[in-house]
Design a protein around this ligand. Structure first.
Ligand code: TRP
Ligand code: PEP
Ligand code: MN
Length: 458
């Protein structure tokens, strides 16, 4: 019998619990040395920021704001350029402004960024042309190249992930606070390759409306530069807390409150494959004060979910817990409603978010893993419908995207076809929406939200 979560928590108490999806490190002593180094390095985020995010998420739980959580499936060690970070931020800001403007609710922006490196895998090995090798587990663990050496887990990669997260976060802070996110720039975020598409034009029209409003405000004496609310955004960071040794090393006591915070990101989530009760991931995340997410696939029962709420948020703090359903466009209709009812009836104040990506993945005839834009939208529509029925607030969406013009997901305004997938398929893991598909999704989501249920906006 493993100890149960009734035992006292500390940052390493998870070590006494069974855990799944952990790499087989060839040299445990080297891993320990790396973790010790990390534990001496500065935190990446600060407790005060993390508390602010909890407050913002409490507004989402209360039906007063909407959560946009978006970014890479897996960040890559080969892709750390200022360009790619800026492009991801740009598309997140575009989506956020569309949602804010069209749905008329505040949008809490959380990136899958600056730390989203570790990947759980459905199979421990991968077979290509009769050759079997350990699976790629994200650049924080091994390399995606298909050869034996590349796939050996290397603890030094934890340090690489820390540095890349720090550099990414540094640039994000500069962009979000230094003028790039100023609302008067809303026009300039539209990219050339999107601007000519129907979605791009729709965006331009909206931007024109915002520009006019801002000109009016300026004439009245309020300029964007002099008003931090209009000049800057708060972009919070998040990733799947998969490598618990890494998370433990960055977990620190906040000197103000005396509470433990995992300072690797503002928000951490538990994946669909690691959400077992009385296992290590739930044990670790029940003790930190960060907002925590849990992915819920079709096998999640009402008892599982209420049990997770009790374990992860026993004090029922609003904003602490986000439940992220990822059922697939068909199963959402039967699988989500019982969970909504159970959590509602148990009185747990959660944020409900919809990950419309991970239940809709399939392999195209050409061999690439892909997702269809229409399926993604259909799951979001099913998510809204289930909430309308249950009288609960569909708090947000959780999507995988990139700011680049990739061809990884099918459909959307530019109608990506099977035959286009090979043109620009760059993801090191799952297929991501490109920037015009992302923008399109934001408009459609805002429409669904507005037309959903009048009680949502009372
Ligand atoms: N700060 C506000 C917010 O985050 C308004 C804002 C400024 C904004 N720049 C933005 C909103 C860019 C969306 C995108 O909501
Ligand atoms: C992910 O978010 O990339 C992921 C692996 O999701 P899930 O745990 O829901 O499968
Ligand atoms: Mn993914």
């Amino acid at each position: 019998m493993p100890p149960s979560s009734a035992f006292p928590w500390n940052p390493s108490s998870w070590r006494a619990f069974p855990s799944v999806q952990q790499p087989e490190w060839p040299d445990e002593a080297e891993l320990e040395a790396v973790e010790k180094t990390l534990a001496e390095w500065p935190p990446l985020v600060f407790a005060g920021e993390t508390r602010d995010l909890t407050t913002r998420l409490a507004e989402v739980a209360d039906g007063k704001a909407f959560l946009l959580q978006a970014g890479d499936c897996a960040e890559s060690f080969r892709d750390v350029s200022a360009n790619s970070i800026r492009e991801k931020l740009r598309v997140i800001l575009q989506m956020a402004v569309v949602l804010t403007y069209s749905a008329g609710v505040p949008v809490v922006k959380v990136g899958r960024i600056a730390g989203q490196f570790a990947k759980p895998r459905s199979s421990a090995t991968e077979m290509i042309d009769g050759v079997e090798l350990p699976s790629f587990r994200g650049h924080i663990v091994n390399d995606d190249a298909f050869n034996e050496l590349a796939r050996i887990p290397d603890p030094q990669r934890l340090l690489g992930a820390y540095h890349q997260s720090a550099a990414t976060l540094n640039l994000l802070r500069a962009f979000t606070k230094g003028g790039f996110a100023d609302l008067s720039r809303v026009h300039s975020w539209n990219r050339d390759f999107v601007a000519s598409s129907p979605t791009g034009q729709r965006y331009d029209e909206m931007a024109l409306g915002i520009d006019r409003a801002l000109q009016f405000m300026k004439a009245c004496g309020v300029s964007t530069e002099s008003n931090p609310d209009l000049h800057t955004v708060d972009l919070y960071t998040s990733h799947e807390a998969l490598l618990l040794g890494y998370e433990e090393a960055l977990t620190r006591v906040d000197s103000l409150s005396g509470e433990w915070y995992d300072c690797s990101a503002h928000m951490l989530w538990i994946g669909e494959r690691t959400r077992q009760r009385d296992y290590a991931h739930v044990e670790f995340l029940r003790g930190v004060r960060n907002p925590v997410g849990v992915k819920l696939g079709p096998s999640a029962t009402a008892d599982d979910v209420v049990g997770l709420c009790d374990a992860l948020n026993p004090d029922r703090l609003p904003g602490k817990l986000t439940l992220i359903s990822r059922m697939g466009k068909h199963k959402i209709h039967s699988c989500l409603p019982p969970l909504l009812r159970a959590v509602r009836d148990a009185g747990h104040p959660v944020v409900w978010a919809c990950d419309p990506m991970h239940g809709n993945t399939f392999t195209a005839p050409t061999g690439q893993k892909t997702r269809h834009f229409d399926d993604i939208l259909a799951e979001i529509a099913g998510f809204f419908a289930a909430h309308a029925d249950a009288g609960t607030w569909p708090g947000g969406v959780h999507v995988e995207l990139t700011g680049d013009n990739v061809t990884e997901c099918l459909g959307g305004g530019d109608e990506i076809l099977d035959s286009h997938l090979a043109q620009r398929y760059e993801s090191v893991c799952d297929p991501r929406l490109n920037s015009s598909q992302s923008l399109d999704l934001a408009f459609r989501t805002a429409e669904l939200l507005r037309s959903g249920n009048s009680s949502w906006f009372n």
